[in-house]
Design a protein around this ligand. Structure first.
Ligand code: ADP
Ligand code: MG
Length: 242
């Protein structure tokens, strides 16, 4: 049987800022179609890892592969990925439709195809009917829905989500988290989700990568991480004891 394909691989990544060693030997494989979560405390290197994959940063040592191709020198805009950040990354002076249209225009997608995609993605994130609003006329949760739609409308190979729920209140966080999972499975896009929230990771992920101080502590499915933490750190961080 052929093994599942890896959409992303990181091999032997080291990164330091000044004397601060931020990634201390990261090896990572992300399988096609999965929702993989990078989980760990603030400052452990999650965003740095995501930025290596996105191409916003280059590792001091090690390489990144997307769909089997080494992308170490490939600039972000050629990596064919969608990214959503913690703070709202919408263009404030553009309506919802214009925000979604932006990336399609850059890619020279023709008008009828653009309209079709925008209509469909707005349905998927449950934002139909709000295409003429400006970001300031939307709630925080709605803005994040549009940010996710904007990342997906260009049909990227990879979706990167850096703490997309952290600025929302608990109820919205829960709702939008469930939406992300549903959407991810419906579209089937390989997704890397970053969070410091254990519950979020346990409820959303196919697999979880627990990080600590620039290293990977454990990689497994949520049940195994919860029931069989491989180290004292994972045990404490997952919080089974409290
Ligand atoms: P996380 O996303 O897990 O909270 P980060 O990857 O953002 O962690 O950061 C890891 C460490 O790297 C932190 O100590 C942070 O201060 C440091 N760091 C991140 N980006 C930079 C940068 N551009 N310059 C200097 N230090 C940085
Ligand atoms: Mg971060």
């Amino acid at each position: 049987m052929q093994a599942l394909k890896n959409d992303v691989e990181i091999k032997g990544a080291f990164k330091q800022f000044g004397s601060n060693v931020v990634l201390n030997g990261i090896d990572l494989e992300v399988k096609q179609g999965e929702l993989l979560t990078l989980l760990g405390p603030s400052g452990c290197g999650k965003s740095t890892t995501l930025n290596l994959i996105a191409g916003f940063l280059e590792a001091d040592e090690g390489d990144v592969y997307i769909k089997g191709k080494k992308v170490t020198k490939v600039p972000p805009y050629k990596r064919d990925l969608g990214m959503v950040f913690q703070t709202y990354s919408l263009f404030p002076h553009m309506t919802v439709r214009e925000n979604l249209d932006f990336g399609l225009k850059l890619r020279k997608v023709e008008k009828s195809e653009k309209d079709k995609r925008i209509t469909r993605i707005l349905e998927l994130v449950r934002m139909s009917g709000l295409e003429d609003r400006y970001p300031r006329e939307l709630s925080g949760g709605q803005r994040q829905r549009v940010a996710i739609a904007r990342a997906l409308v260009v049909e990227p190979k990879l979706l990167l989500l850096d703490e997309p729920l952290s600025n929302l209140d608990a109820k919205l966080r829960h709702e939008l988290g469930a939406e992300i999972k549903r959407l991810q499975k419906e579209i089937g896009v390989t997704t890397i989700f970053v969070t410091h929230d254990q519950e979020e990771a346990l409820s959303l992920s196919d697999r979880i990568v627990v990080m600590n101080q620039g290293r990977i502590e454990q990689v497994s499915n949520p049940t195994t991480i919860y029931d069989h933490p491989s180290s004292e750190f994972v045990f404490r961080f997952i919080g089974k004891s409290n």
